[in-house]
Ligand binder design. Structure first.
Ligand SMILES: [Zn+2]
Length: 300
Protein backbone atom coordinates (compact mmCIF):
# COMPACT_ATOMS: atom_id res chain seq x y z
CA UNK A 1 0.00 0.00 0.00
CA UNK A 2 1.32 3.43 -0.93
CA UNK A 3 0.70 6.59 0.95
CA UNK A 4 -1.22 8.65 -1.58
CA UNK A 5 0.11 12.06 -0.72
CA UNK A 6 3.70 10.98 -0.16
CA UNK A 7 5.76 10.58 -3.32
CA UNK A 8 8.07 7.76 -2.33
CA UNK A 9 10.61 8.51 -5.05
CA UNK A 10 11.04 12.13 -4.02
CA UNK A 11 9.18 12.56 -0.77
CA UNK A 12 8.96 15.88 0.96
CA UNK A 13 7.59 14.87 4.29
CA UNK A 14 7.13 16.82 7.49
CA UNK A 15 7.04 14.40 10.39
CA UNK A 16 5.78 15.10 13.88
CA UNK A 17 8.02 15.65 16.88
CA UNK A 18 8.25 13.52 19.99
CA UNK A 19 5.20 11.94 21.58
CA UNK A 20 6.69 10.20 24.64
CA UNK A 21 8.82 13.10 25.86
CA UNK A 22 6.03 15.53 24.95
CA UNK A 23 3.73 13.62 27.32
CA UNK A 24 6.36 14.08 30.02
CA UNK A 25 6.72 17.78 29.24
CA UNK A 26 2.95 18.08 29.75
CA UNK A 27 3.15 16.38 33.15
CA UNK A 28 2.29 12.73 32.42
CA UNK A 29 4.38 10.39 34.58
CA UNK A 30 6.27 7.56 32.93
CA UNK A 31 6.60 3.92 33.89
CA UNK A 32 9.93 3.03 35.53
CA UNK A 33 10.25 -0.09 33.36
CA UNK A 34 8.25 0.48 30.18
CA UNK A 35 8.50 4.27 29.92
CA UNK A 36 5.53 5.67 27.92
CA UNK A 37 3.65 2.35 27.68
CA UNK A 38 1.50 3.14 30.71
CA UNK A 39 0.35 6.44 29.19
CA UNK A 40 -1.95 4.57 26.78
CA UNK A 41 -4.05 3.77 29.86
CA UNK A 42 -3.34 6.80 32.07
CA UNK A 43 -3.41 9.63 29.52
CA UNK A 44 -5.22 8.70 26.29
CA UNK A 45 -6.78 12.15 25.91
CA UNK A 46 -3.35 13.77 26.20
CA UNK A 47 -1.89 11.44 23.56
CA UNK A 48 -4.74 12.35 21.21
CA UNK A 49 -4.18 16.03 21.94
CA UNK A 50 -0.46 15.80 21.12
CA UNK A 51 -1.26 14.06 17.81
CA UNK A 52 -3.86 16.76 17.11
CA UNK A 53 -1.39 19.55 17.88
CA UNK A 54 1.05 18.16 15.31
CA UNK A 55 -1.73 17.70 12.76
CA UNK A 56 -2.73 21.36 13.19
CA UNK A 57 0.87 22.30 12.39
CA UNK A 58 0.50 20.63 8.99
CA UNK A 59 2.57 17.47 9.42
CA UNK A 60 2.25 14.79 6.75
CA UNK A 61 2.75 11.88 9.15
CA UNK A 62 1.98 11.30 12.81
CA UNK A 63 3.44 8.34 14.66
CA UNK A 64 1.26 6.34 17.04
CA UNK A 65 2.67 6.03 20.54
CA UNK A 66 3.77 2.41 20.16
CA UNK A 67 7.51 2.87 20.73
CA UNK A 68 7.35 1.29 24.21
CA UNK A 69 4.84 -1.40 23.31
CA UNK A 70 7.11 -4.18 22.12
CA UNK A 71 6.51 -7.38 24.06
CA UNK A 72 10.03 -7.41 25.49
CA UNK A 73 9.45 -3.91 26.93
CA UNK A 74 6.02 -4.66 28.39
CA UNK A 75 7.12 -7.89 30.05
CA UNK A 76 9.36 -6.39 32.79
CA UNK A 77 6.60 -3.86 33.58
CA UNK A 78 3.99 -6.59 34.08
CA UNK A 79 2.00 -5.29 31.09
CA UNK A 80 2.62 -8.18 28.70
CA UNK A 81 -0.94 -9.45 28.88
CA UNK A 82 -2.07 -6.14 27.42
CA UNK A 83 0.35 -6.33 24.47
CA UNK A 84 -2.34 -6.58 21.80
CA UNK A 85 -4.79 -4.18 23.40
CA UNK A 86 -2.24 -1.45 24.07
CA UNK A 87 -0.91 -1.57 20.51
CA UNK A 88 -4.43 -1.46 19.07
CA UNK A 89 -5.39 1.38 21.37
CA UNK A 90 -2.31 3.46 20.51
CA UNK A 91 -3.11 3.25 16.79
CA UNK A 92 -6.76 4.01 17.51
CA UNK A 93 -5.79 7.22 19.33
CA UNK A 94 -3.79 8.37 16.30
CA UNK A 95 -6.63 7.49 13.91
CA UNK A 96 -9.09 9.36 16.12
CA UNK A 97 -6.89 12.45 16.23
CA UNK A 98 -6.73 12.43 12.43
CA UNK A 99 -10.48 11.92 12.14
CA UNK A 100 -11.20 14.81 14.49
CA UNK A 101 -8.54 17.28 13.40
CA UNK A 102 -7.08 16.75 9.93
CA UNK A 103 -8.15 19.02 7.10
CA UNK A 104 -5.38 17.76 4.79
CA UNK A 105 -4.02 14.23 4.23
CA UNK A 106 -2.07 12.81 7.16
CA UNK A 107 -0.58 9.32 7.22
CA UNK A 108 -0.56 7.22 10.38
CA UNK A 109 2.78 5.61 11.16
CA UNK A 110 3.42 3.25 14.04
CA UNK A 111 6.75 2.65 15.72
CA UNK A 112 8.40 -0.72 16.27
CA UNK A 113 11.45 -0.41 18.47
CA UNK A 114 14.32 -2.91 18.52
CA UNK A 115 15.79 -1.43 21.68
CA UNK A 116 15.42 -1.95 25.41
CA UNK A 117 15.13 0.37 28.39
CA UNK A 118 17.47 -1.82 30.38
CA UNK A 119 20.83 -0.44 31.54
CA UNK A 120 22.54 -3.51 30.10
CA UNK A 121 20.66 -3.56 26.84
CA UNK A 122 22.32 -6.73 25.51
CA UNK A 123 21.45 -8.74 28.60
CA UNK A 124 17.81 -7.64 28.48
CA UNK A 125 17.31 -8.46 24.82
CA UNK A 126 15.07 -11.41 23.91
CA UNK A 127 16.57 -14.49 22.26
CA UNK A 128 16.75 -14.10 18.46
CA UNK A 129 13.84 -16.47 17.76
CA UNK A 130 11.65 -14.70 20.32
CA UNK A 131 12.59 -11.30 18.94
CA UNK A 132 11.57 -12.34 15.43
CA UNK A 133 8.24 -13.78 16.59
CA UNK A 134 7.39 -10.90 18.88
CA UNK A 135 8.16 -8.21 16.31
CA UNK A 136 6.16 -10.15 13.70
CA UNK A 137 3.22 -10.29 16.09
CA UNK A 138 3.45 -6.57 16.85
CA UNK A 139 3.82 -5.62 13.17
CA UNK A 140 0.68 -7.60 12.29
CA UNK A 141 -1.31 -6.07 15.14
CA UNK A 142 -0.28 -2.55 14.08
CA UNK A 143 -1.12 -3.22 10.44
CA UNK A 144 -4.53 -4.67 11.33
CA UNK A 145 -5.24 -1.73 13.62
CA UNK A 146 -4.79 0.69 10.73
CA UNK A 147 -1.15 1.82 10.69
CA UNK A 148 -0.17 2.93 7.19
CA UNK A 149 3.62 3.09 7.63
CA UNK A 150 5.78 1.09 10.04
CA UNK A 151 8.75 3.02 11.42
CA UNK A 152 11.44 0.79 12.87
CA UNK A 153 12.85 3.20 15.43
CA UNK A 154 16.13 3.03 17.28
CA UNK A 155 17.91 0.39 15.26
CA UNK A 156 20.78 -0.02 17.71
CA UNK A 157 22.49 -3.12 16.35
CA UNK A 158 22.33 -5.44 13.37
CA UNK A 159 20.79 -8.57 14.95
CA UNK A 160 17.97 -6.96 16.86
CA UNK A 161 17.35 -4.35 14.15
CA UNK A 162 17.19 -6.98 11.41
CA UNK A 163 14.55 -8.94 13.31
CA UNK A 164 12.31 -5.88 13.55
CA UNK A 165 12.83 -4.76 9.95
CA UNK A 166 12.13 -8.22 8.54
CA UNK A 167 8.94 -8.43 10.60
CA UNK A 168 7.78 -5.00 9.48
CA UNK A 169 8.54 -5.64 5.80
CA UNK A 170 6.57 -8.91 5.91
CA UNK A 171 3.33 -6.97 6.50
CA UNK A 172 3.56 -5.37 3.06
CA UNK A 173 3.25 -1.86 4.53
CA UNK A 174 5.84 0.80 3.70
CA UNK A 175 8.68 0.52 6.21
CA UNK A 176 10.95 3.37 7.23
CA UNK A 177 14.27 2.44 8.76
CA UNK A 178 15.34 4.54 11.75
CA UNK A 179 19.04 4.30 12.58
CA UNK A 180 20.07 5.55 16.00
CA UNK A 181 23.72 6.56 16.34
CA UNK A 182 26.40 7.40 18.87
CA UNK A 183 30.12 7.99 18.53
CA UNK A 184 32.74 5.47 19.58
CA UNK A 185 35.53 6.74 21.83
CA UNK A 186 37.71 7.05 18.72
CA UNK A 187 35.05 9.22 17.07
CA UNK A 188 33.67 6.65 14.61
CA UNK A 189 29.91 6.82 13.95
CA UNK A 190 28.37 3.70 15.46
CA UNK A 191 24.92 2.21 15.83
CA UNK A 192 23.58 3.12 19.29
CA UNK A 193 24.86 -0.07 20.93
CA UNK A 194 28.40 0.90 19.81
CA UNK A 195 29.37 -2.60 18.67
CA UNK A 196 28.87 -2.07 14.93
CA UNK A 197 29.50 0.99 12.80
CA UNK A 198 26.58 2.81 11.22
CA UNK A 199 27.93 1.90 7.78
CA UNK A 200 28.01 -1.82 8.67
CA UNK A 201 24.51 -1.54 10.08
CA UNK A 202 23.04 0.06 6.97
CA UNK A 203 24.80 -2.43 4.67
CA UNK A 204 23.41 -5.37 6.65
CA UNK A 205 19.87 -4.11 7.18
CA UNK A 206 18.98 -2.13 4.05
CA UNK A 207 18.80 -5.26 1.82
CA UNK A 208 15.91 -6.51 3.98
CA UNK A 209 13.66 -3.80 2.58
CA UNK A 210 12.30 -0.41 3.50
CA UNK A 211 11.12 2.59 1.50
CA UNK A 212 12.97 5.35 3.33
CA UNK A 213 15.81 5.57 5.81
CA UNK A 214 16.24 8.11 8.57
CA UNK A 215 18.81 9.10 11.15
CA UNK A 216 16.69 9.34 14.29
CA UNK A 217 17.06 9.43 18.05
CA UNK A 218 20.58 10.76 17.47
CA UNK A 219 22.09 13.93 18.97
CA UNK A 220 21.51 16.96 16.77
CA UNK A 221 25.27 17.59 16.69
CA UNK A 222 25.95 14.13 15.20
CA UNK A 223 23.09 13.97 12.71
CA UNK A 224 24.84 15.57 9.73
CA UNK A 225 27.78 13.19 9.89
CA UNK A 226 25.47 10.21 10.34
CA UNK A 227 23.30 11.39 7.46
CA UNK A 228 26.35 11.65 5.17
CA UNK A 229 27.17 8.02 5.93
CA UNK A 230 23.55 6.99 5.36
CA UNK A 231 23.54 8.81 2.02
CA UNK A 232 26.64 6.92 0.91
CA UNK A 233 25.10 3.53 1.77
CA UNK A 234 21.40 4.01 0.89
CA UNK A 235 20.00 5.16 -2.43
CA UNK A 236 16.39 5.79 -1.38
CA UNK A 237 14.69 8.73 0.32
CA UNK A 238 16.52 10.19 3.33
CA UNK A 239 15.28 11.71 6.56
CA UNK A 240 16.34 13.03 9.95
CA UNK A 241 14.49 13.29 13.23
CA UNK A 242 17.11 14.00 15.86
CA UNK A 243 16.80 14.31 19.62
CA UNK A 244 17.97 16.92 22.10
CA UNK A 245 18.52 16.42 25.82
CA UNK A 246 19.33 13.21 27.67
CA UNK A 247 17.32 10.33 29.04
CA UNK A 248 17.62 9.26 32.66
CA UNK A 249 15.12 6.42 32.92
CA UNK A 250 12.22 7.06 33.08
CA UNK A 251 12.46 10.79 32.40
CA UNK A 252 13.80 12.90 29.57
CA UNK A 253 15.89 15.81 30.86
CA UNK A 254 14.83 19.00 29.12
CA UNK A 255 17.43 21.39 30.61
CA UNK A 256 19.63 21.60 27.55
CA UNK A 257 17.10 21.04 24.78
CA UNK A 258 17.95 22.98 21.63
CA UNK A 259 15.81 26.01 20.74
CA UNK A 260 13.44 25.72 17.77
CA UNK A 261 15.49 28.31 15.84
CA UNK A 262 18.73 26.40 16.39
CA UNK A 263 17.04 23.11 15.45
CA UNK A 264 15.99 24.63 12.13
CA UNK A 265 19.53 25.92 11.60
CA UNK A 266 20.82 22.35 12.08
CA UNK A 267 18.16 21.07 9.71
CA UNK A 268 19.43 23.40 6.95
CA UNK A 269 22.49 21.19 6.74
CA UNK A 270 20.38 18.00 6.66
CA UNK A 271 18.30 19.51 3.87
CA UNK A 272 21.46 20.40 1.92
CA UNK A 273 22.68 16.82 2.35
CA UNK A 274 19.48 15.54 0.75
CA UNK A 275 17.15 14.79 3.66
CA UNK A 276 13.61 15.61 2.58
CA UNK A 277 11.88 13.82 5.47
CA UNK A 278 12.25 15.98 8.57
CA UNK A 279 10.80 15.87 12.05
CA UNK A 280 11.92 15.52 15.65
CA UNK A 281 12.53 12.81 18.22
CA UNK A 282 12.88 13.04 22.00
CA UNK A 283 12.89 16.58 23.38
CA UNK A 284 11.71 18.06 20.07
CA UNK A 285 8.15 19.32 20.39
CA UNK A 286 5.47 21.28 18.53
CA UNK A 287 7.38 24.60 18.67
CA UNK A 288 10.29 23.01 16.80
CA UNK A 289 8.00 21.34 14.27
CA UNK A 290 6.11 24.59 13.67
CA UNK A 291 9.32 26.36 12.69
CA UNK A 292 10.57 23.39 10.66
CA UNK A 293 7.29 23.45 8.74
CA UNK A 294 7.53 27.19 8.02
CA UNK A 295 11.07 26.89 6.74
CA UNK A 296 11.00 23.71 4.67
CA UNK A 297 7.36 22.84 4.02
CA UNK A 298 5.56 26.11 3.28
CA UNK A 299 1.84 25.59 2.74
CA UNK A 300 0.03 27.45 0.00
ZN1 LIG B 1 13.94 9.68 20.65
Amino acid sequence: MKIQHVDSTRPRVLLDGATGTELERRGVSMDGKAWSASSIRTAPAMIREIHADYIRLGVDVITANTFSLARHMLRPAGLEEQFRLLNQEAVRLALQAREETASAPVAIAAAIAPTTFCVDSRRCRPAPADARNWFAEQAEILAEAGAEILCVEMIEDIEFGSAAVAAAVATGLPVWLGFSCRQATDGRMMLWDRRQSLAEGIDAIAPLGGEAACIMHTEVSLASEALSILRDHWSGPLGVYAHSGIFVMPNWQFNDVISPANYVTAAEEWWQLGATILGGCCGIGPAHIALLGERFFPRP
